[in-house]
Design a protein around this ligand. Structure first.
Ligand code: ASP
Length: 309
């Protein structure tokens, strides 16, 4: 396979296994490029990309912008907080106004699930979903599984547990799709109130005992509790959540094996993970961030080469 089967990256759900293999192979190349003294390639000199962030972001926004600049694309940034969205403009009007300035690709983060899909049907540009509400965050799942492959040699056959707020997490859903597509064995672990009922229909196991889940897995992906998406209380107190589902050095040391620890960030130190675990050699959290740039370069490059045809 030499090109992606899709024209947009809206979710992992729409990708084939071969798409992920192609993205990883391309990311391997870009990872080598960004470790050179001259970190830039001229590949996208004639491509203009708009980063539209209707929701807060640190890592994802900076990572996309850096990836675009490393590819020599022209970049414009938009954040909802300082825009006319506050004056009542619709999403399509906002985006069409930006596209009329001859933009080829849109990277969008939006609080509404499906916002990227909606946009792809209504505007003439290649769309990358940088997180749509509690739905998908495809580049996060790509960089997460790429980081597992880098640390453990492959994703297929590995046992991965995703711990925490599965219900409100776009990282969880995209990771489940990406891990299953690549042949990993997946379980989720968290309070019953934060595990959606349909989860088993995705071929995922459920474990409510963190110790058992950790004893089973090769990799633990610790998620942040998405307080901003909760309108009711899903567990009694943060302290109780941490006691049952927080990862600390004591539990890690009590396992009779070594596991890889991941976190998509931002970390709530002392809640889902303690500092001595987050900063330990078991954690690949900063590798995930570093790989994010190469993965996003690969996705942008592959989608842009389809626009030009
Ligand atoms: N940064 C990730 C996201 O945007 C994870 C998180 O916010 O907890 O979904």
């Amino acid at each position: 396979m030499s090109e992606l089967s899709v024209d947009h990256l809206l979710g992992i759900k729409y990708l084939k296994k071969e798409d992920i293999e192609l993205i990883f192979k391309t990311a391997d190349h870009f990872k080598e490029v960004i470790n050179r003294p001259i970190k830039k390639v001229p590949s996208l000199r004639d491509v203009t990309i708009a980063n539209l962030f209707f929701e807060n972001s640190t890592r994802t926004r900076l990572s996309f912008e850096l990836a675009e600049k490393r590819l020599s694309a022209d970049v414009i940034n938009f954040s909802a907080a300082s825009s006319s969205v506050k004056k009542g403009e619709t999403l399509i009007d906002t985006v069409n106004n930006i596209l009329s300035m001859k933009v080829d690709m849109v990277v969008m983060r939006h609080p509404n699930p499906g916002a990227g899909i909606f946009l792809s049907k209504n505007v003439n540009a290649s769309i990358i979903n940088a997180g749509d509400g509690a739905h998908e965050h495809p580049t996060q799942a790509l960089l997460d599984t790429y980081s597992i492959r880098e640390r453990l040699g492959s994703v297929g056959g590995k046992k991965v547990v995703i711990v925490g707020d599965i219900l409100h997490s776009r990282v969880a859903l995209s990771n489940i799709f990406a891990l299953k597509l690549q042949g990993a064995d997946v379980k989720v672990c968290g309070p019953k109130t934060l595990i959606p009922k349909y989860i088993e229909s995705l071929g995922v196991g459920v474990e409510t005992d963190l110790r058992k889940a950790l004893q089973w897995c090769d990799v633990a992906n610790m998620l942040r509790v998405q307080n901003e998406r909760m309108d009711i209380s899903y567990f009694p107190t943060t302290r109780e959540y941490t006691q049952q589902f927080g990862l600390n050095k004591k539990i890690l040391d009590s396992l009779d094996k070594e596991i890889v620890v991941m976190h998509p960030g931002p970390i709530n130190r002392g809640v889902e993970i303690t500092s001595d675990v987050a900063d330990s050699e078991h954690a690949i959290i900063l590798n995930q961030v570093q790989n994010g740039v190469a993965i996003r370069m690969a996705v942008i490059y592959l989608l842009a080469s389809k626009i030009k045809q």
